[in-house]
Design a protein around this ligand. Structure first.
Ligand SMILES: [Zn+2]
Length: 397
């Protein structure tokens, strides 16, 4: 059993490394050809950044495998033996929090390298130690509160029902809905200052745009994203009354009014097409399959690892193995998401103009040094957005 799961995990790691190697080869070749979409200098820089990032992700995959072997080899057994708590649900909370904290410590080095070395070198990161520690503290507190609560309830469900995976799924699904509802108004503001857009001319134009597409204009905000990173972005989030469009301050500074309206039009396209609901539905479907699998783990798995078949161990197995399942299910999600992006682009182009959206996307790619081409395998497995070259081509048709 141990051999089987180790081989499965190893294959997963190999597939990921293979995709990265193919991407590095693809980008290295494309780098030496004539620059497309980006300026010559940015094109080269974007390629270098992409290659360095892929190398880092190869290292991360190898580290993941080492961590996996650590847990399966003796980590899980050891952690189980040192928590002297009788109450099973409480023991679950302590076990799961420790399990996640240890995983986090293992990956911390990679995070620090990416933020403080790689992203600094390419001029993206504005992060300083103080902000990094503040972020870490805030997310740890959030995580301890919500993580404990969710673990406690899931453990109770596992202890109470034979077909716990159905009820567990329903509970986690509800948690995801609640997080989506409260994220923009309650969670995101913990990390960033939200300001109502204060440019009157732009505000008026945006209100006109909202009316034109038949959406309420209560929610366009800017955030101080530049305190962490120079890259430009915008996102839409929330459900029901908490729906809002969020523009990074970096985006407002660098784009013209017309370009901004086109980007906003793209985001409104997502609202109009109910893309948040669609992506929650797809995610839930994947989650349902996972719960079914983890609700029916063979006893021999627990025996082979030498641990007991208790709620915390099921949750730990879930966290160890679910990345493999989601990796192989992601292509379905990516396919749907990329189609949504094309539709949102079309909507954005109609709201403002094709030219404005094209020029905004080009500016975004230049500022963010995002390489406009990608290997088909990489697109298939990872991309939620089509590569820029394909988006522009579709827009120009
Ligand atoms: Zn989009």
């Amino acid at each position: 059993m141990i051999t089987i799961i180790s081989v499965i995990y190893f294959i997963y790691v190999l597939v990921k490394i293979y995709i990265s190697v193919m991407e590095i080869g693809f980008v290295s070749r494309a780098k030496n050809e004539k620059a497309v979409i980006l300026s010559d200098q940015n094109y080269k820089k974007a390629a270098e950044y992409k290659i360095k990032s892929e190398r880092l992700s190869i290292l991360t995959s190898l580290a993941d495998y080492a961590i996996f072997l650590f847990w399966i080899g003796f980590g899980l057994r050891y952690l189980e033996s040192i928590i002297p708590i009788e109450d099973m649900a409480l023991k679950s909370v302590v076990f799961v929090l420790l399990f996640i904290a240890i995983n986090f410590l293992f990956s911390l080095g990679f995070d620090i390298y990416k933020t403080f070395v790689l992203d600094k070198k390419f001029g993206f990161s504005n992060m300083d130690t103080k902000l990094f520690l503040h972020d870490l503290l805030k997310s740890s507190i959030l995580f301890i509160i919500f993580g404990s609560l969710v673990t406690w309830i899931v453990s109770k469900i596992i202890l109470s029902f034979d077909t716990w995976w159905i009820y567990g799924f329903i509970f986690v699904f509800l948690v995801i809905l609640v997080i989506n509802v409260i994220y923009p108004t309650l969670i995101a503001p913990i990390f960033n200052k939200f300001k109502v857009l204060d440019n009157d001319e732009l505000k008026e134009a945006i209100e006109k745009l909202f009316n034109q597409v038949g959406l309420k204009s209560s929610g366009v905000f800017t955030i101080d994203a530049s305190k962490r990173d120079n890259r430009l972005n915008a996102y839409f989030g929330g459900l029901g009354k908490t729906k809002r469009v969020v523009l990074f301050d970096t985006l407002v500074q660098k784009l013209t009014k017309s370009e901004l309206l086109a980007v906003l039009g793209h985001e409104l396209g997502h609202f109009k097409h109910k893309d948040i609901l669609k992506s929650i539905a797809t995610m839930s479907f994947m989650l349902f399959i996972m719960f079914y699998i983890f609700g029916n783990l063979p006893t021999s798995l627990f025996e082979a690892v030498g641990v007991s078949n208790e709620p915390y161990m099921i949750i730990a197995f879930f966290m160890i193995f679910s990345p493999i399942l989601s990796f192989f299910m992601m292509p379905l999600f990516g396919l749907i998401s990329r189609a949504n992006e094309y539709n949102a682009d079309e909507f954005g182009a109609k709201c403002e103009s094709k030219e404005a959206l094209i020029s905004a996307l080009k500016k975004l790619a230049n500022e963010n040094k995002s390489f406009p081409l990608s290997h088909p395998l990489n697109i298939f497995f990872y991309h939620t957005h089509p590569p820029l070259a394909q988006r522009l081509k579709r827009l120009q048709e």
